[in-house]
Design a binder for this molecule. Structure first.
Ligand SMILES: [Zn+2]
Length: 243
């Protein structure tokens, strides 16, 4: 389910990645983009459906079971394509996987997520990446240490959330209420829209990392520190990524 107002996005057919979701208007950092809804399936069904469709649509539900969209052709966050420098991330909330904007998303920009696949999971597929980001890893797999770090963050964020764990075959329905926004956290990697015009700053020394996060989130653009001769593209694992 997409939770953005209908006038602020559009589904387009991309050249190589099938359908994709594009912003038509600016989207503010922290905005909830959508909720991954569908039917609860087990690994065997996920594998069968993946082979049948030649693409993987299952989203982890509880570490054992997955969510599979009721209709893969209908609008939904499952249409969001992968990028190694994405503008969206996921956030677990009462058994739901919410997608939210990591930073300001610019009009006409594709909404993307790092699928962050676990290289330790034997899925029987190869996932090369052709996202064309200058920071492309060449694969949709991610460093397992980063996955563990995110898992620990999610575990602490969701501690105390009581919800019904659905069995195989059940339908995950929308929540009655969604958070207004997802707050920033240092665990989230952040990337500017790398091909956007940089926003320039005259700082004489580099601001601290939280201030840099704030500027990346609010502008959505690379940050050019002209006096320092630096252009910042993003922050990964609390390290600055320079152009
Ligand atoms: Zn890539």
């Amino acid at each position: 389910m997409i939770l953005l107002p209908v006038e602020s996005y559009e589904i387009r057919t991309t050249e190589k990645k099938g359908s994709g979701i594009f912003a038509l208007r600016e989207i503010a950092p922290g905005t909830i983009i959508g909720d991954y809804l569908g039917r609860i399936i087990d690994d065997a069904e996920g594998e069968r459906l993946g082979k049948e469709l030649g693409a993987c649509y299952d989203m982890d539900y509880d570490g054992h079971l997955s969510i599979f969209p009721l209709d893969i052709k209908a609008p939904g966050v499952h249409l969001i394509n992968h990028s190694c420098s994405p503008n969206v991330n996921t956030y677990y909330y009462y058994g739901h996987t919410l997608f939210f904007a990591l930073r300001r998303v610019l009009p006409d920009e594709e909404i993307t997520l790092d699928y962050g696949l676990d290289p330790d999971q034997e899925v029987g597929f190869v996932y090369p990446c052709y996202c064309h980001s200058p920071l492309c890893r060449g694969t949709m797999y991610i460093n397992p240490e980063r996955l563990k770090q995110y898992g620990r963050f999610s575990f602490s964020e969701t501690a105390g959330q009581v919800f019904e764990h659905l069995p195989v075959g059940a339908i995950l329905e929308p929540l009655l209420e969604y958070p207004v926004e997802i707050k920033d956290n240092v665990v989230f990697d952040l990337f500017a829209k790398l091909d956007a015009e940089p926003v320039t700053y005259n700082d004489e020394k580099l601001p601290d990392i939280l201030e840099i996060r704030l500027r990346l989130r609010e502008t959505g653009c690379p940050l050019a520190f002209t006096r320092l001769g630096l252009i910042i593209w993003g922050i990964v694992d609390s390290h600055l990524i320079l152009k």
